[in-house]
Design a protein around this ligand. Sequence first.
Ligand code: PHB
Length: 400
Amino acid sequence: MKLWKAALLGAGAAALIAGSAQAREIKIGFVATFSGGLANLGEQLRRGAELYHNQHKGELKGDTVELIFRDSKNPGGAVAKSVVQELITRDKVELITGLIFSPNAMSIAPLVTQAKVPVVIMNAGTSFITNMSPNLARVSFTMWQAGYIMGEHAAKNLGCKTAVTGFTNYPPGKDSANAFKTGFEKAGGKVVDSIPMGGPAKVPDFTPFFQRVKDKKPNCFYVFVPAGNHATAVAKAYGQLGMKAAGVKLIGPGDITQDTQLQGMGDAAVGLVTAHHYYADLNTPTNKAFVAAWKKAYGADSTPDFVGVGGYDGMAAVYHVIKTVKGKITAEKAMKALKGWTFDSPRGKIMIDPETRDIVQNVYIATVKMENGRLVQDVQKTFDAVKDKCKELKIGRCGK
Ligand code: PHB
């Protein structure tokens, strides 16, 4: 009896030793904006990523994942580049993720190409970014997905013959306005003015820009501002200038009705129409379970938004890489694992396009409504499995 027990113990110990010999400690660099006025974005991204991580870390057969958080501070690119350099050379991370702002993702592209380190982009949306390095895969969105569809929708279904675009003046803003114009004008509309509205780091006074729009009297005003603190100021300026009553319809990508900002926008947001890949109000079992898990983890008053979902799905992609790649993660092996990867995301089914390493996903059209004192995003239309139109049409740097 004793002998039998000892033999069993021996086998168990051997298995443990074998297991621990193989068990890996995988370091992942997580770069986002964690300080200053845009820190809420980094926090939301981190929450999404950690929610997935905490739900799934038991699935790694003894391997452990260490997330090393680094602050990219602002959207400029220089800080992101230096922290990524450090993460690679000093911390020896096997993969980089996070990346909220396009200039930050762009600034690290040459570095990760040279170092052969894979990157999973959780937010940055300028369409051509994934063309900048073969080591980048994107799990968030491209500005052309929502922008182009909104352009077509405005001309075909919102009765808009003319439009003005207003955009935060940096790569995703230009991309978004260009996507809208392309879709809108192909469907018979005309963009009569296009207004750069300051940079991403600081919320401008939108009044002079919006007054110029009001004077032009377009049917639609398409606005892109980055997630964070711009959108509430957009809704307020639109309301204060009486633009709705003047017959100018405010539309945009869902960045301007970001779920974490929505309730602060008040009545001015009612009637706003957006195109986007995620709304916290999406009525699907996967999303409902996700929202419930989010509230359980972060409080009943908290809500996920598209940035949080980017973090969640991005971490799902990272886990897929860890589970699929044997041994050290290289860019080549990671990209091979991610090409064609599918996931049942809270936003609907997603896939990484094997050709472009970019996200393929549903795009929804939603209208903001007031229900029992709460602003909700009511989805009216779904476009399935939308690819990046910029690359499909080979526009500018998307064609390279
Ligand atoms: C970007 O910089 O690519 C970006 C940031 C925030 C958004 C969308 C795009 O809401």
